[in-house]
Design a protein around this ligand. Structure first.
Ligand code: C2E
Ligand code: CA
Ligand code: CA
Length: 435
């Protein structure tokens, strides 16, 4: 008999069960699979013991152990957690209904009485259930939730109860749900690229567009990229999404007729992808497929993703050798120092929205912006500002020497066809600016 086994029933004991539960919760986390933990108590166990002696008590325990084993499938785990308490772990459930089926089956099996000598006894039990990740995301919490549900069921004289929903765990399950929904979103046609004009300050012409991803999730509406991009990054789905964005943007922009050529098409590249060795190759393939004569591909990379300087510098140089331009996005929010400017393999700095929107009210933002523009120019970089919403901001940026502006003042992100129409009808003279 080993230390993780219960002597009377031959089942796993509490100690052994906890380590298995821990392992299963870990796996469930990794593979995005839900699981159900069912905890079962024999009711009035003290009375059974005192009426029929310990022999009857032992028979009752063995009887319940057998019935639980009949309910369990190969991958399920049955354990004896304590005196009259058992557990059934279902590592492969699809939903609450699955756990409910297992419980109903147990109740049915327990309807046939236990024959112990002369005594016939129908074993009454109470059940508590907790689901991962809906109710808890850690093994001990999951067990705690199931045991609490059981205690509540007993107080309320119910045969079984699920754990109450936990708002924090619900957030987790909501994220999970979203991750699952992201799978195949491209194939189902739920993803779209929108385009926002990039305007040259000096003559107000549209010199390019930034491609921004949109996800229209059925029966949920539009999900913000601020929500689903980080989720895709965490769950290993970002590479596929980025390649799709890149190819879609090059294809759609190739259908427009801009008067500025080459026309800049800017695609956001998540920091993680700069770590991929095959990035230059992937870019080259996309450019070959969609042609690069009429278009100038720009990759927007956030300043923060360039923290690993040496590596990032190498990748940026490779990218630029392909004729692709690099724009440093959200500039000013990272940890740049003056030395940063000297060797940076980039073509453009994009001042973060937070400075741009503070320009009119906050002198520090205004100072930082002027400083960035001056420095960038000194090192041969273009400067773009995003989030330009009002004329006064544009005016200030233009005076400060900012080359390119982007923001709601000039146009919101829009579908490819609308952007094509905008290019056909656009009149720089009609833009409401000051001087
Ligand atoms: P970002 O790259 O800094 O993009 C600029 C964001 O500012 C966009 O939000 C844009 O719609 C918004 N914006 C533009 N002009 C204005 C303005 O005048 N005022 C205000 N308040 N906002 C303005 P969006 O489209 O919601 O994207 C949010 C972020 O999600 C992006 O920030 C980017 O980090 C990420 N993202 C979007 N599309 C993609 C993509 O295709 N790939 C990757 N990796 N990230 C993306
Ligand atoms: Ca961007
Ligand atoms: Ca930005």
């Amino acid at each position: 008999m080993n230390q993780t086994q219960d002597e009377l029933t031959g089942l796993c004991n509490r100690h052994g069960f906890l380590s298995q539960l821990g392992r299963h919760v870990h796996n469930a986390n990794d593979h995005g699979r839900p699981l159900a933990l069912i905890v079962v108590d024999i009711d009035n166990f003290v009375q059974i013991n005192s009426a029929g002696g310990y022999a009857l008590g032992d028979d009752a325990l063995r009887h319940l152990a057998r019935q639980l084993q009949s309910v369990a499938r190969d991958q399920d785990i049955v354990a004896r957690l304590g005196d009259n308490r058992f557990a059934l772990l279902l590592p492969q459930v699809r939903n609450r209904g699955h756990a409910e089926l297992a419980i109903q089956k147990l109740f049915r099996l327990l309807q046939s009485p236990l024959q112990a000598g002369d005594a016939r006894l129908t074993l009454p039990v109470t059940v508590g259930v907790a689901l991962f990740p809906e109710h808890a995301s850690q093994a001990e919490h999951l067990l705690g939730k199931a045991e609490l549900a059981l205690a509540t069921a007993r107080v309320e004289a119910r045969h079984y109860l699920f754990a109450p929903d936990d708002p924090q765990a619900q957030t987790l399950s909501w994220m999970w749900d979203m991750e699952m929904a992201l799978d195949g979103a491209i194939e189902r046609g739920e993803m779209q690229m929108h385009y926002q004009p990039k305007i040259r300050s000096s003559d107000l012409r549209i010199i390019g567009a930034e491609a921004l991803m949109r996800w229209r999730r059925p029966s949920h509406g539009e999900v913000s990229p601020d929500v689903f991009i980080p989720l895709a990054e965490r769950s290993g789905r970002i590479k596929q999404l980025t390649l799709w964005a890149l190819n879609t943007a090059l294809r759609q922009a190739g259908e427009w007729n801009p008067d500025q050529q080459p026309f800049e098409i800017a695609v956001n590249l998540p920091g993680e992808l700069t770590l991929q060795r095959d990035l230059p190759e992937l870019l080259e393939n996309a450019l070959q497929l969609w042609g690069k004569d009429k278009l100038q591909l720009v990759l927007e990379i956030t300043e923060r993703s360039l923290m690993d300087r040496d590596h990032a510098m190498r990748v940026l140089s490779q990218i630029r050798n392909l004729g692709v331009q690099v724009s440093i996005d959200d500039f000013g929010t990272g940890y740049s120092c003056l030395a940063y400017f000297k060797n940076i393999p980039a073509d453009e700095l994009k001042i973060d929205q937070s400075f741009v929107q503070g320009l009119l009210t906050d002198t520090a933002s205004a100072d930082i912006t002027t400083l960035i523009i001056d420095l960038a120019h000194r090192f041969g970089l273009k400067v773009a500002a995003e989030g330009v919403e009002v004329v006064e901001t544009f005016d200030m940026l233009k005076r400060g020497g900012c080359d390119i502006v982007q923001g709601y003042l000039f146009g919101r992100p829009m579908p490819a066809s609308s952007f094509g129409d905008l290019l056909d009808s656009y009149d720089p003279g009609a833009v409401p600016v000051m001087d």
